[in-house]
Design a protein around this ligand. Structure first.
Ligand code: PLP
Length: 835
């Protein structure tokens, strides 16, 4: 066990009250050298830039830790209300550029390195992406943390320190191959381990209920197999405000007695193997986006995070306030990022009932005033359910509690709707059947005081569809919080040339007040400004073209339209619709009907879940189409296509500034929000998209004349499904018939017969849930409009400027203000001293 409290040798203030570190270039340069030479022990023979990166990181880290300490002191000593953001995923990307930007050290850091003839950009390349998430949901958590620190909100992130993050994507013969992402191989110099705050998490065993002294039922969870949760803290700097919040990631370790218990003569290897079992929990991120995995290890991860985090918060409460929990719900909020941490609800009950000996009503009062739940999906297949049997085996004491929560809840339903048995069955947290299941979304709603969707349409559809019964019962719980992205990473650090123009045009305040971008609106009419704007876009397209050349071996002409769709590969996101359009353009070129086409470079990127066969086949199709198109001399520079490998945060930082046309083409009513759409918009891309998720709000902000809208809306999708007839659509659309004919003929798979049959079967099925063909002709028409608009360079520049100018709403600063106003109700808190 790690040491907890050093009662006898508590450090004196003289030890921990230290003078501030220097923030000038010379101080940074001196500390950098000290770290490189003395701490890391490198010398003139070191041949890798990695240790230079590490020395720079350590130099910055001590300045971050100084501010993190002052922030924590301020929060702890004021006893302020706090929020804990609980998420199984944080898609952080790299931290170096962001730390320098937010600390306000740009000039100083570059100056310090220049003293030794070093380039910041080269060192930055040494950092591995922290890819502890799948896609939008995990990146959202990362953007939220940045904005909370920038708004000086006392918010702490809790998550899991996976040893292996999102897999690295490669291709073999055009097919996706997954490679493990051992991002910690060379260590993570940003984190600090805090074993003194380790927590014990229990699994298995059985629950035993006994009647206690005053007739009270006392439950004990016994014969458990315990795992230690060891926290690693990562500093989250606010934008130039002295605040540094904390992201606490838990890593699993064996408890000491775990080994000792198993240990007896001859069983030594077995007892060491048991250690391995414990550590498995945080070994790897599940690579499924928007689909549940159903695996026991995943439930273990969820409970591990929930239990460790809640115990941590309670322990801190006891350490600062004492054992009285009367004020606890006035001072603490837990925001659950989807249902992944939904076991927080029964786990908090367990801690309050069993460890803190509260009554059921007292405990339930605390839970239902501290938990808030964010839903991220409208896809029923993505709603998590866990077999009751798995709970029984893994978390028996929690199952008792879930049953009790459900019994009391259903009694309330029955009282409210007497005799409505059907409603009781529908709303039950336990889904009956051969294999009874725990419905995690229902558990979350019942246990929370707030339930929110992530875009206006999504929140409305939740109350009308998936959660209608619950909305009827508790309309006041439901609310919308439209997603956003942080402008620090997605403009200021990823688009330096645009940032420079914005700084000379608007000053510096827009970085933390993005509505100021509205002032660009009149400049869209200024031809000198448009010229600068186009030159910046051109430079960013050159940068992207270099990256495409390096990763894909294909030359993108920076004068062409850069047409980009990057996101997880999923049928609802309809990368297939994009491919059908590419084939249509190819067909037009081949039949000599390309006179009015502007040259176009199509980039598609994103990872497929390893078990998602259709998504992987779509990747193969893109690669095969790219092979044919890129090597056909008749096509030349008119059309280029690539599948960009290993899409992630760092790739997006180069991709979104270099994009002209942003593809947001999901089946209406399926994409909860989208956030890629917002990054593109901020960087002056124009969207081609459906009436889905936040696209609707993007279009509303920028105006319909600056957005290429197409396709069925959510209501029409529902209606069309009832009489969907793809054969009739094909028969009525010559273009579509030709595209499908090309596919069927094996034009893109000459030596791989039949491999795209499943794709064809899916899109031509009357039961295609994504209605791809229903939107094809309207999509082609919208693409033609985009094509024609792009030919008018001045007109395109105007649209591009207006998109950036209207993107202020999509800053996570706005999103976090709304969470805070409606759900968290926190007071902003200045860090103590040192700025
Ligand atoms: C923004 C982002 C996403 C989310 O993209 P959507 O288009 O909203 O699905 C996914 N992955 C990465 C790496 C991102 O940066």
């Amino acid at each position: 066990m790690p040491r907890r409290h050093l009662e006898l040798s508590h450090p004196q203030p003289a030890l921990t009250d230290v003078p501030p570190l220097g923030n000038d270039a010379q101080s940074l340069a001196d500390d950098f050298r000290r770290y490189y030479v003395h701490h890391l022990g490198r010398d003139r023979y070191c041949r890798t830039p990695h240790y230079l990166y590490e020395a720079l990181t350590l130099t910055l880290r001590e300045r971050l830790l100084e501010r993190m300490r002052n922030t924590r002191y301020a929060q702890q000593e004021s006893g302020c209300r706090q929020t804990y953001y609980i998420s199984l995923e944080y898609l952080m990307g790299r931290a170096l550029g962001n730390a320098i930007l937010n600390l306000g050290f740009n000039g100083e850091a570059e100056g310090a390195l220049r003293r030794y003839g070093l380039e910041l950009a080269e060192l930055a390349e040494c950092e591995a992406d922290a890819g502890l998430g799948n896609g939008g949901l995990g990146r959202l958590a990362a953007c939220f943390l940045d904005s909370c620190a920038t708004l000086q909100l006392p918010v702490r992130g809790y998550g899991i320190r996976y040893h292996y993050g999102m897999f690295r994507q490669k291709f073999r013969n055009g097919e996706q191959v997954e490679e493990p992402d051992h991002w910690l191989r060379e260590g993570n110099p940003w984190e600090i381990e805090r074993p003194e705050f380790a927590q014990r998490v229990r699994f298995g065993g059985r629950s035993e209920v006994k009647r206690g002294p005053e007739g009270r039922l006392n439950a004990r969870w016994i014969d458990t197999t315990d795992v230690l949760a060891v926290p690693y803290d990562i500093p989250i700097p606010g934008y130039r405000n002295g605040t540094v919040n904390t992201l606490r990631l838990w890593s699993a370790a064996a408890t000491d007695e775990f080994n000792l218990g198993e240990f007896n003569a001859g069983a030594y290897p077995e007892s060491v193997a048991a250690k391995n079992d414990a550590e498995k929990i945080t070994m790897v991120l599940y690579p499924n986006d928007a689909s549940e995995s159903g695996k026991e290890l995943r439930l273990r991860q969820q409970y591990f995070l929930a239990s460790a985090s809640l115990q941590d918060v309670l322990q801190q409460w006891i350490g600062t306030v004492g054992i009285d929990l009367a004020d606890f719900s006035a001072k603490n909020v837990f925001q659950l990022n989807d249902t992944h941490p939904a076991v927080c609800v029964p786990e908090m009950m367990r801690l309050l009932l069993d460890d803190h000996v509260l009554s059921w009503d007292e405990a339930w009062e605390i839970v239902t005033h501290t938990m808030a739940y964010t839903n991220h999906t409208l896809l029923p297949e993505a709603l998590e359910k866990w077999p009751v049997r798995m709970f029984e085996r893994l978390l028996p004491r929690l199952l008792d509690i879930i049953y009790e929560i459900n019994a009391r809840f259903l009694a309330e339903v029955a009282q409210r709707w007497p005799g409505d048995k059907e409603r009781v069955r529908r709303m039950s947290i336990i889904e009956e059947g051969v294999e009874p299941m725990v419905r995690m979304a229902y558990l979350s709603i019942v246990g929370s005081f707030s339930v929110n969707g992530v875009a206006a349409l999504h929140s409305r559809l939740l109350t009308q569809g998936l959660f209608r019964d619950f909305y009827e019962m508790w309309p006041e719980k439901f609310n919308n919080k439209t997603n956003g992205v942080t402008p620090r990473r997605w403009i200021a650090s990823s688009n330096p040339t645009l940032t420079k123009l914005l700084r000379t045009t608007l000053g510096n305040d827009w970085v933390a007040d993005l509505d100021q971008l509205r002032q660009l609106q009149p400049l869209a009419e200024d031809s000198a400004f448009r010229k600068q704007w186009l030159a910046i876009k051109r430079g960013n397209k050159e940068r992207l073209a270099e990256l495409v050349q390096a990763r894909c071996g294909v030359r993108f002409n920076p004068d062409a339209m850069f047409d980009v769709q990057v996101k997880r590969i999923h049928e609802y996101k309809r990368q297939l619709l994009n491919v059908l359009h590419v084939i249509h353009l190819y067909d037009r070129i081949k039949r000599d009907d390309a006179q009015d086409l502007v040259p176009r470079c199509v980039l598609i990127g994103g990872k497929a879940a390893p078990g998602y066969a259709m998504a992987k086949r779509i990747i193969k199709l893109v690669n095969n189409v790219a092979q044919v198109v890129n090597n056909d001399p008749a096509v030349g520079d008119l059309l280029k296509v690539v599948f960009f490998p290993n899409y992630g945060v760092t790739a997006m930082e180069t991709i979104c500034p270099g994009t002209d046309l942003s593809e947001q083409i999901s089946t209406a009513g399926k994409e909860a929000s989208g956030t890629g759409n917002m990054k593109f918009m901020m960087n002056g891309a124009v969207t081609i998209g459906t009436m889905d998720g936040a696209n609707i709000e993007i279009r509303e902000e920028v105006g319909e004349e600056n957005f290429f809208l197409f396709g069925l809306n959510a209501e029409e999708v529902v209606e069309t499904r009832r009489h969907y007839d793809p054969a009739a659509i094909i028969a009525g659309d010559e273009n579509l018939a030709r595209v499908l004919q090309l596919l069927e003929s094996g034009h893109f798979n000459q030596f791989e017969p039949g491999i795209f049959d499943p794709v064809l079967a899916a899109v031509t099925s009357r039961h295609d849930p994504w209605l791809t063909l229903a939107d094809f002709s309207d999509y082609v028409a919208a693409q033609q409009q985009a094509n024609d608009a792009f030919r008018d360079r001045e007109g395109w520049a105007r649209m591009s400027i207006l998109n950036t100018a209207a993107s202020g709403k999509f800053s996570t600063d706005r999103t976090m203000r709304e969470y805070n106003r409606d759900i968290w109700k926190l007071e902003p808190m200045e860090a103590l001293a040192v700025k």
